[in-house]
Design a protein around this ligand. Structure first.
Ligand code: C2E
Ligand code: CA
Ligand code: CA
Ligand code: CA
Length: 275
């Protein structure tokens, strides 16, 4: 998918590294998209597996590109990370997601992804405080998703920021659990409210006994720690049944819904409960 930029750029390829050219083009256009306020959050439901109710939505950034249609974050988040643009992207996602969620029913949460870089610029805590105040969203309705790479640094500032966020009432989720550099020692030293089992384990759940064993252990680990466990990438009934049997709390995936624009959230909430 990365090579889709080539078609529009082949003229410049002679003598230059095509991949670098593609990245530069993404960077330039992404900067314009950020400045022009063109990025949008789409929202994918998090479903309580025992009741079938939607507990919240994860905000996922979407880039409607004038020529290329919707560009996947898998394509531009890495460029945004490399160029530092992720701070602007992350900031605008947080503001929009909180403003949108403030209009949803008051038992519905919103989850926002944070890049490790957003912890490094130093103003993350005040950004969250200001955004909650401006949007009127209660802190307990905001979840922040972080990845294990953030914890690799074992930084005391990161730890202090996570504690301060939780003291506000914000929930912290460990995203893509099981894919990073493990995990168990971080769970002891860092405060979490939720573990999200990476979709790579869920994908193999019904076919591969090893994946099933891993999912089962993550669930029992999470329960032992008293945190919520969410399975990502749930696509089939069989996967849901298996996850329910194992006692997993929440699911997220195409079986329930793809990510949708804010305008569709209220009607989606009205039709929920069929899962
Ligand atoms: P993620 O945080 O792990 O988000 C879940 C990804 O899985 C989303 O991809 C979602 O659309 C996809 N997904 C959900 N259900 C299913 C399913 O049943 N099957 C399959 N095959 N995929 C499913 P998306 O939206 O393309 O986002 C990709 C990644 O980009 C995200 O992975 C996250 O790491 C990053 N990302 C997205 N938005 C943001 C953002 O605002 N800030 C930051 N820092 N990263 C973001
Ligand atoms: Ca996430
Ligand atoms: Ca994830
Ligand atoms: Ca991911």
């Amino acid at each position: 998918a990365k090579n889709e930029f080539r078609g529009t750029f082949s003229f410049f390829e002679a003598g230059m590294d095509a991949q670098a050219q593609i990245r530069r083009k993404i960077e330039t256009e992404l900067r314009e998209a950020v400045q022009g306020d063109a990025l949008r959050p789409y929202y994918q439901p998090l479903v309580d597996l025992s009741s079938g109710r939607i507990t919240g939505f994860e905000a996922l950034v979407r880039w409607p590109h004038p020529e290329r249609g919707m560009i996947s974050p898998a394509e531009f988040i890495p460029v945004a990370e490399e160029t530092g643009l992720i701070n602007a992207v992350g900031g605008l996602m947080l503001r929009r997601a909180c403003a949108d969620a403030a209009q949803w029913p008051d038992d519905v949460r919103v989850a926002v992804n944070l890049s490790p870089l957003q912890f490094r610029v130093g103003n993350l805590l005040s950004l969250v405080v200001d955004t909650l105040k401006q949007s009127g969203l209660p802190a307990k309705r905001l979840e922040l998703e972080i990845t294990e790479t953030l914890l690799l640094e074992k930084s005391s500032e990161v730890l202090a920021t996570l504690h301060a966020l939780r003291a506000l009432g914000v929930r912290i989720s460990m995203d893509d659990f099981g894919t990073g550099y493990s995990s168990l020692s971080y769970l002891r030293s860092f405060p979490f409210d939720k573990i999200k089992i990476d979709q790579s384990f869920v994908r193999d759940l019904t076919a591969n006994p090893d994946a099933q064993a891993i999912v089962r252990s993550i669930i029992s680990l999470g329960k032992g720690l008293g945190v919520t466990i969410t399975a990502e990438g749930v696509e089939t009934e069989a996967e849901v049944n298996c996850l329910r049997n194992e006692g997993c709390h929440e699911g997220q995936g195409f079986l329930f819904s793809r990510a949708r624009p804010n305008a569709e959230i209220v009607s989606l909430l009205k039709t929920q409960g069929n899962w």
